[in-house]
Design a protein around this ligand. Structure first.
Ligand SMILES: NC(=O)c1ccc[n+]([C@@H]2O[C@H](COP(=O)([O-])OP(=O)(O)OC[C@H]3O[C@@H](n4cnc5c(N)ncnc54)[C@H](O)[C@@H]3O)[C@@H](O)[C@H]2O)c1
Ligand SMILES: [Zn+2]
Length: 371
């Protein structure tokens, strides 16, 4: 079966990727939780659509299986929900020889992973990511956490799963806007990896079939392979793993400036990546020739994000509050050419402003498909 390994010495684990691969769930559970109880937490929307498939694949007797559906949405990623889960699990007298399974998008992976990391100082867990964004990003790498009133992901822990099982067939029910969110992270990876993911993404978009299983599987594999490499080198996000923030300093400010929830995270990432490329070119105009193909692809992708009123000044103000700011200045990941990221906290304010306004002028003439 197709798998990619996250090579973390004694904590190495496989990411299984492929249509129909959910059928191997029981075998993985047997390996990691041969006699234990398995506590499965689902995103409620996913549960309503796919629970029978997962239940069949679990192959567990009733006495060893506990299932609970959690409300969908970012608000669920909170200490309030973590506590509810702690209460339930402690009520069930969970021990460290039991096992936790998260089935859902990034929200469920982050929340349930955080509970697994912290309860009894760590319970073994695994994830079945069910959104494109979670398959290529959130479920890989063991970053778990919840939000705080003061900001996103402020409370968290590193806790690697025992396996990750990505079955792209689950994506058949994912709404188009959520697919676009995953594509936002994929276009980020395309810039970071150079000519590996770019041609795959281009072909996929040309085909205009968001749900093409074969193409999705290949793209997910390439993205996971790249992220797994970064995580293996820099598990705790102190070096190269930070490349994954490419486009994100801008994206967070754009998300804020649009107004809470008006642009989804992955949609803002498309605009953030567009701005980061512009900023790199403004900094070194001679590098423009390296970005022709990539810029054209990003421009097309901006049309997939709904058109929202975005004001340059508002975005600039929001930048100062970015949580990745280093003292007074924001930290940026830019590309010197395709596939060559670097980190800088020294980007001229005028360049930031110009890059944003270039991005905005392109965005404002397109967009709106799934609004
Ligand atoms: N830990 C990390 O490294 C990491 C990385 C990136 C993002 N994240 C986090 O991930 C979260 C976003 O994740 P997301 O984009 O997956 O959002 P999400 O978990 O909110 O899911 C999006 C929507 O899709 C629905 N859904 C899930 N699976 C479905 C399916 N198969 N069919 C139909 N509907 C389905 C959900 O009910 C929800 O409404 C954010 O909180 C972000 O901070 C974490
Ligand atoms: Zn992101």
């Amino acid at each position: 079966m197709p798998q990619i390994e996250v090579k973390l010495k004694d904590r190495a684990y496989p990411v299984i990727i492929g249509g129909g691969q959910i059928k191997h769930l029981a075998a993985f559970l047997k390996k990691h939780a041969p006699d234990s109880r398995v506590f499965v937490f689902y995103d409620a929307r996913f549960y309503a659509l796919h629970r029978p498939t997962v239940k069949r694949a679990l192959k567990l007797p009733r006495a060893r299986l506990f299932e609970l559906a959690l409300p969908p949405g970012e608000k669920t990623k909170s200490l309030t929900h973590a506590k509810k889960i702690y209460d339930i699990l402690l009520g069930e007298k969970i021990t460290r020889s039991d096992f936790i399974l998260a089935c859902g998008g990034g929200v469920i992976c982050d929340l349930v992973g955080y509970v697994a990391a912290t309860l009894l100082r760590g319970i073994p867990w695994a994830t079945v990511p069910t959104t494109l964004l979670a398959m290529v990003d959130a479920a890989i790498g063991g970053k778990t956490g919840v939000n705080h009133g003061r900001g996103k992901n402020l409370i968290g822990a590193f806790w690697q799963p025992k396996f990750v099982l990505c079955d792209p067939r689950f994506l058949n029910t994912l709404p188009p806007r959520q697919m676009v969110c995953g594509l936002g992270e994929i276009v980020k990876y395309a810039g970071l990896t150079g000519y590996k993911i770019l041609p795959q993404l281009k072909k996929y978009l040309e085909k205009s079939d968001f749900y093409n299983e074969r193409m999705l599987t290949r793209m997910i594999e390439s993205n996971v392979a790249y992220k797994a490499g970064l995580v293996a080198e820099d598990e705790r996000d102190e070096g190269k793993r930070r490349f994954l923030n490419f486009g994100h300093t801008f994206a967070h400010a754009i998300e804020n400036a649009a107004g809470y929830g008006r642009l989804l995270h992955g949609e803002a990432v498309i605009l953030g990546v567009a701005t980061a490329v512009e900023a790199g070119i403004l900094r070194k105009p001679e590098s423009e020739r390296y970005f022709k193909e990539y810029s054209a692809l990003i421009n097309d992708m901006m049309n997939l994000a709904p058109r929202r009123r975005l004001e340059l000044d508002k975005i600039m103000t929001a930048m100062a509050w970015d949580k990745k700011r280093n003292t007074q200045r924001a930290r940026f990941v830019l590309l010197s050419r395709l596939g060559k990221p670097f980190i800088t906290d020294d980007l001229d304010k005028n360049i930031v402003k110009k890059a944003l306004s270039k991005m905005l002028s392109k965005y404002q003439t397109g967009g709106g498909q799934y609004a």
